[in-house]
Design a protein around this ligand. Structure first.
Ligand code: AMP
Length: 617
């Protein structure tokens, strides 16, 4: 069903994209028909459709679900039940998402065939980049790509992140070396499970081949900035390796050593001195251009929560375009940016109609329709519509891909070839226009996520629970927490969570002195971290991609001042609720000017690899 094309043939690739986007309605109907026909006898679909494959019946009978609804099926597969409880094709692996359920990663079913679909999707990116940037076949890409350790489910299926799965597959390792996928990093360095050794070797190879590099990047902006930080700490050692032609002894992964030795073949003191001169400069402004002078753009996702990294990336990149090429997830790969050189704030993704069957829930949560008004938390205000019916979204509000309306906000619902039916992805998208007959979407936000630094996604509820757990530690000391809010501080790398707390003392004669309060506040920071979910704690403890959580104590009355500010910006007095996350700079200034003390978590939170046997019981 996937059309064949040669990605290096730009014209035919672009023609294929025109065909796919012109015929979206028919392709979507065919995709649904194919999924229903194939999977008609799965337990899941039979339960609703009794063996029928009719599209209308599907919409009438199959409910729109979220992870908790399908979790028993996923856990069944992990524990050895037949794949055909949800999928006619054998489930070959479970993809661990960065979204969590009950504090653990959600797991999405996948099949061997899905790797072909992903390869097809990646191939579609090639003609688009070649259309906008000439000469990409005259050099290499320095993409810093990483895998994570995988685990095995109780029945022996691999469970791993989607990119780990792809990079380990023969689709990636045996990829044809066309203009788009010649990388400076040998596969062995990408496939090294030790992230420090992997990072070091990839940067070393990228520096040695600096004259050949035409583009640099990573998947998400946060990962690319981590690489720059790593370079800041390690450039002297990297240069010393280049000067002597000898790889550092601490690189013990033999595959990495062998692969790097083919690139680090001989001492190169001239190159080492050039890099030392650039890195030794007190300012790292424009460092990317200086170290990789032929680079044409930086490929990193800077939409959604990653937009917070744009200012710092602009400094390092010295004005190079920041290119977000695609929108994808563990559930399914969704969309491609057809104008890769557009400004990050203008990026829209065109959903590719043959990747899955897409439906859209108009965002009317609690019957509030999102509009464009900016609030003091920097997000969109939600304005109640005329009627006051409080029902949650119903399937009546679900529309097909080609029926979405420009300007509306929707939550994406996907039916995949691999056993997800009408599954709510949890992303809110806004329709910005159409490419031929296919809508284009601006990624607005992950639903309910208030804080995110790396792949962590902390919701208002997660934060509330963590703060409630922590604030108890203050009570024996005679202090109570009266208000709180939060902010993701990404002004340094790694970024960290900042909580603003207003505390007040109960009037007690034996009130605790400042030393005890300091200890208790540090303990509160730690307690919040302990209470946050698995992905936060993994990023914090294992990946070190999130720094220590900080609580900034503000003086009494600060949250009244914040309310006054929000009301002055148009919030209604009746509806005002303290925003639990602040993005607006002006609102942050209200808080910052009233900070009286700050405290950091002194310990790393508990984290260990997800143990499926214990959690699925
Ligand atoms: P995961 O399930 O861990 O693979 O994460 C997938 C999620 O990452 C998506 O559902 C989005 O919330 C987010 N994401 C992926 N691509 C983009 C993008 N281009 N812009 C913004 N967010 C994205």
């Amino acid at each position: 069903m996937l059309p064949c094309f040669d990605p290096s043939d730009t014209e035919s690739g672009l023609r294929l994209l025109e065909e796919l986007t012109s015929d979206a309605a028919r392709i979507q109907r065919e995709v649904l028909k194919e999924i229903l026909t194939r999977n008609a006898s799965t337990d899941y679909l039979r339960g609703f459709m009794c063996g029928h494959v009719d599209e209308e019946l599907f919409k009438e009978r199959v409910p729109v679900v979220d992870y908790d609804d399908i979790k028993p099926y996923i856990e069944g597969i992990a524990n050895g039940e037949r794949s055909d409880i949800i999928s006619a094709q054998p489930i070959s692996e479970l993809l661990t998402s960065s979204g969590t359920s009950g504090g653990h990663p959600k797991m999405m079913p996948s099949t061997e065939e899905e790797l072909d679909r992903k390869t097809f999707f990646y191939n579609l990116l090639v003609p688009i980049m070649n259309k906008y940037v000439k000469g990409l076949d005259e050099g290499k890409a320095m993409y810093l790509l990483f895998i994570k350790p995988e685990i095995s489910t109780p029945c022996g299926l691999p469970a791993r992140p989607v990119l780990t799965s792809y990079y380990k597959s023969h689709h990636f390792r045996k990829r044809p070396h066309n203009s788009y996928n010649v990388y400076t990093s040998p596969d062995e360095t990408i496939l090294c499970e030790d992230s420090r050794q992997s990072m070091y070797c990839q940067l070393l190879c990228g520096l040695i081949q600096r004259e050949e590099v035409l583009r640099v990047g990573a998947i998400f902006a946060s990962a690319f900035l981590r690489a720059i930080k790593f370079l800041e700490h390690n450039w002297r050692e990297l240069c010393s390796n280049i000067r002597t032609g000898q790889l550092s002894d601490w690189i013990v992964d033999s595959d990495c050593r062998d692969a790097v030795s083919l690139i680090l073949q001989k001492p190169d003191p001239v190159l080492a001195s050039t890099i030392e001169r650039e890195c030794g400069n007190s300012s790292w402004e424009g460092i990317i251009r200086k170290l990789w002078p032929r680079t044409k753009y930086v490929e990193v996702i800077v939409t959604g929560s990653m937009a917070q990294y744009i200012p710092i990336l602009e400094i390092y990149s010295g004005g190079l375009p920041l290119v977000s090429t695609m929108y994808a997830s563990s559930e399914c790969y969704f969309g491609i940016n057809f104008k890769p050189l557009s400004d990050p704030s203008d990026v829209s993704y065109t959903l590719i109609p043959n990747m899955g069957y897409f439906e859209f829930l108009l965002v009317e949560k609690g019957d509030e329709v999102m509009n464009h008004k900016d609030l003091c938390n920097g997000t969109r205000d939600r304005v109640p519509p005329d009627d006051d019916d409080n029902n949650p979204p119903t399937t009546k509000a679900v529309v097909d891909l080609v029926d979405v309306k420009v300007g509306n906000y929707y939550e994406l619902v996907v039916t995949t070839f691999n056993g997800l039916y009408r599954y709510r992805v949890g992303d809110i998208l806004m329709v910005t226009g159409f490419h031929n007959a296919t809508p284009q979407f601006h990624f607005v936000q992950r639903q309910n996520v208030v804080l995110s630094i790396d792949t962590d996604k902390t919701s208002e509820d997660d934060l509330l629970k963590a703060v409630m757990d922590a604030k108890r530690l203050l009570e024996p000391l005679g202090y109570i927490l009266t208000e709180y809010t939060s902010y993701a501080d990404t002004s340094s790398v790694p970024g960290h969570y900042v909580l603003y707390w207003e505390i007040t003392s109960k009037d007690r004669p034996d009130r605790t002195g400042p030393a005890d309060l300091r200890l208790a506040m540090e303990e509160c920071c730690h307690k919040v971290e302990e209470s946050l979910d698995y992905v936060y704690r993994r990023c914090r403890k294992k990946d070190r991609s999130i720094g220590a959580l900080e609580i900034r104590v503000v003086r009494e009355g600060t949250f009244d001042a914040l309310m006054d500010y929000c009301l002055s910006q148009g919030s209604s007095v009746n509806q005002y609720k303290t925003p639990r996350n602040i993005k607006s700079e002006a609102a942050l200034r209200v808080l910052e000017s009233r900070v009286v003390d700050n405290f950091y978590s002194r310990k790393l939170p508990h984290w260990e690899p997800y143990n499926m046997s214990s959690s699925s019981s």
